[in-house]
Design a protein. Sequence first.
Length: 108
Amino acid sequence: MVLTRSFKDFVKSRIESDPEFRQALLQEAVQTLISGDSDTARAVLRDFINATVGFAALAEATGTPPKSLMRMFGPNGNPTAANLSGVISVLQEKTGVHLEVRAIAPAA
């Protein structure tokens, strides 16, 4: 699904103006990744990156070329665990959103 420019602008303006939305979007991306939907997780992370730090700044912070990062988070991307953890770490640092992982007991 191709996103329209106006939707991308909406997401960017919402992320910039609403810290709770920014946190929820990164949290959703990571939760989706953990649940096994890597296609959706990559798409959400790509939107989050574009709306926050951008690929150029992310490339500088991670030491990974921008085009490689864009491919990783593209529709056919396949980032390694090391790349994902590095990117998520930088995103947390640069955006002020810090995620915490907790185990939840299964419902009885």
